[in-house]
Structure formats: C-alpha cells, structure tokens
Design a protein around this ligand. Sequence first.
Ligand SMILES: Cc1cc2nc3c(=O)[nH]c(=O)nc-3n(C[C@H](O)[C@H](O)[C@H](O)COP(=O)(O)O)c2cc1C
Length: 213
Amino acid sequence: MLPLRGLPSLAGPLPSFAPATAPPAPSPLFAAWLAEAVEAGVREPHAVTLSTVDGRGRPSARVLILKDLKGDGWQFASTRAGRKGRELAANPRAALTFYWSALGRQVRVRGAVSAAGADVSAADFLGRSPSARAVALAGRQGQRLTDPGEVGPAVEQARARIDADPGLVSPDWTLYTLHADEVEFWQGDPDRRHIRLSYRLGEDGWTKELLWP
Ligand SMILES: Cc1cc2nc3c(=O)[nH]c(=O)nc-3n(C[C@H](O)[C@H](O)[C@H](O)COP(=O)(O)O)c2cc1C
C-alpha cells in the first residue's frame, strides 16, 4: 500500500468563505459555489454522491450527475429498476455529497425524495445522448452479468430501436427530486479550522447556524 499518511489533503491555497454574508436560503449559495467550481475548472462539478438506505437500514452510495436545481429541489435521474431505485421506493430519503477538491469545498444535502411523473421523466430521458439512452433501454442495470459478450448486441439492438423510433422512452427511467431539509456548506482550511454553515428547514423556513469544525 502507498504511504497514504504522506499524501497531502486540503493543501492550500483555498478560497475564503464569509458565512455572515450567506443568503437566507441554501439554493442561491449552492448555485454560487457550483459556478465557482466551474470557474475554477473542477472536472464534472455536477457529479455528486447519492446515499440511500435499504429496508434494513444498510447504506449504499454511488456517484451520479445533478440534473438541475429547482427551488429547494436537487434533481437527478436514473432507472427505478436498479438498487437505488428500489431503495428509494422502500425508503424515500437520501443524502447528496458534493466535493470540489480544487476549492476544498464540500456540500451535504439531506431530504425526502420524490419521483417525477412519466412525462417529466420521459423528457429527461429524451434529453440524453442516443448512446446513453440505448444503454438505459437495454435495461438490467446492476443485474448479474454472466457473459460480457451479451452487452454489445443488447445495446446495439436498443440503439436500432431508438434510430427507428427517436421518441422511444425507457419506462423505468425516472427523474427524482431530493427536497432538501438540511444543507451544509463546508469550506476546508489547510490549518483544519474549517468553516461549516448549516441550513435547516423548519416550519418558519430556513435557519442558519455555524458548526464547530
Ligand atoms: C461521473 C459519474 C456519473 C454518473 N451519472 C449517473 C447518472 O446520472 N445516473 C445513473 O443512474 N448512474 C450514473 N452513474 C453510475 C452510478 O454511479 C451507478 O453505477 C449506477 O447508477 C448504479 O447504481 P445502483 O446500482 O446503486 O442503482 C454515474 C457514475 C459516474 C462515475
């Protein structure tokens, strides 16, 4: 194993963050941080870890793409037939974790998850590239693959169906919205005096508080 303790983490210079100037709700701050990540040249700044829990409380996490932010709703899309779809159906609560290494910034989002209706999910599906649609149409994400040679023909067959009918939609494709009730903005500091600003949604709207690093 590499000597991991010798590898740097949160090495500066890192940007500053003045929580006193933060807006009353988290979404505009998230949009600003995402724009700064894009500006800083972070690769795939919209890649995010989605954590779900199964019916027995066992967690599971994977990376996916944030599709949009609508109000306090963080949107992502996937097939409902895979593990995350099954887990969200059984327990519709999840967490999202962003990390933008170049800026030493982490954002943590928690909340209830809802699935969009067929029309909205279909529109998201049709906005994907033909090759991405073909893989989703071929289905079976996460199922056991006994023969790797099966993938090529299955995807090619799905691609032919799409070419013949460009409006074809996978019935399992789903646009999900995580309705945030807690969002934390974490600005790393090389001296470990990290700045943490937590937003919580209560009956009277969002409240903010600082957290110890
Ligand atoms: C950068 C990146 C982006 C990804 N985007 C998506 C996505 O938008 N939707 C998706 O279903 N899977 C996406 N994946 C694949 C997931 O990480 C995961 O393998 C897949 O969704 C199966 O997860 P599950 O078995 O827990 O349901 C992406 C992976 C990476 C590394």
